[in-house]
Design a protein around this ligand. Structure first.
Ligand SMILES: [Ca+2]
Ligand SMILES: [Ca+2]
Length: 324
């Protein structure tokens, strides 16, 4: 694909280049900063959207590193419905009080408040699961008004990536509305606010508000699922791999300990957008970090690149669903 220039009303322009690098520009010439939460303010701004990968060189470096280190096996036996999990005597049976619905097994996260108790997919939605839905009867008719431009749920990469690496890989190259439609169709919802509805765009790092952030931080305790400080390669900050193939990429906190890849692997659409006008709204993408682009920042629960356009799927952004 040649360079593609997409223009958004409100004067924001994003230039997508084939190397998966995404640069946000504003009309005045500035770069829209990606953001980290406070502890990493030294990171400053960077042009690479954590959710949209980095450069070919970055990928090459990551591939080499993966070869030399702990690259996950493509033949990982992990299953989307039963992620490889060491037995945890402190854990109740899988799923807790969550209903059995299509897609990844859900986990009920602990909450002191029944009003904000929720279930979350244990992994990102896989290609196999997404295709199973697509192969059924799907209609684009019943979407919210800000998705009325979306005439297809077929994965479509706005970058040079591939829509699929294999059945147990996370589904990528879906736009926000595709992800929203999938979750709704299987009886779940795209993860948003714990109390229901979307996460306000500015509240994505508030564990009292954002379901995704609450799950990732084990209820606000940790900066990463696995603890307070970054540890390389616990989560997938390398090449794309099947879901849950990094068995320690999860929390040790009971109740949160069966949710995989919130850090690393593909970034995940959140129901947290800066407007309801349509395809050029910017929506949060959470928990990316494949291809080793400053993984201490990009895999962090509080990391967020300015987000992605609602109407644009890319090869390093997937999603997971929540319930109810
Ligand atoms: Ca679509
Ligand atoms: Ca992820």
């Amino acid at each position: 694909m040649a360079h593609k220039l997409l223009r958004k009303p409100h004067m924001k322009i994003r230039l997508v280049v084939p190397q998966l690098a995404t640069v946000f520009l504003v009309a005045c010439g500035g770069v829209v900063a990606t953001t980290d939460d406070a502890p990493d303010s030294s990171a400053g701004t960077h042009e690479t959207h954590p959710g949209t990968g980095g450069t070919n060189q970055g990928k090459a470096d990551a591939a080499e590193a993966a070869d030399a280190a702990d690259a996950p096996s493509p033949s990982s036996p992990s299953s989307p419905s039963s992620p490889s999990s060491p037995s945890s005597p402190s854990s109740p049976s899988h799923g807790g009080g969550c209903p059995e619905l299509p897609g990844p097994m859900m986990v009920q996260v602990p909450s002191s408040d029944e009003e904000t108790s929720f279930c979350i997919d244990s992994t990102e939605v896989t290609t196999e699961q997404y295709e199973a839905w697509l192969s059924g009867t799907t209609s684009t008719a019943d979407q919210p008004p800000f998705c009325d431009w979306n005439t297809s749920f077929e994965p479509n990469c706005a970058d040079s990536g591939s829509t699929s690496s294999g059945p147990n890989y996370p589904q990528v190259c879906v736009d926000w509305c595709d992800a929203y439609a999938y979750c709704s169709a299987v009886g779940k919802r795209l993860c948003g606010a714990r109390s229901g509805g979307p996460t306000p765009y500015a509240s994505y790092t508030d564990p009292n508000v954002s379901a995704w952030h609450y799950a990732c931080t084990s209820g606000g305790q940790n900066a990463y699922t696995y603890g307070p400080t970054y540890t390389p390669h616990i989560c997938n900050d390398q090449e794309l791999a099947p879901v849950a193939s990094y068995p320690n990429c999860k929390s040790d906190v009971p109740g949160f300990d069966r949710i995989y890849d919130l850090n690393g692997s593909v970034a995940e659409w959140e129901d947290a957008c800066d407007g309801n006008t349509g395809r050029w709204d910017t929506c949060r993408t959470r928990g990316g970090g494949t291809y080793g682009i400053i993984p201490d920042k990009t895999t962090k629960c509080g990391a967020d690149g300015a987000g992605g356009f609602r109407g644009e799927g890319v090869s390093v952004v997937g999603f997971r669903c929540c319930w109810p």
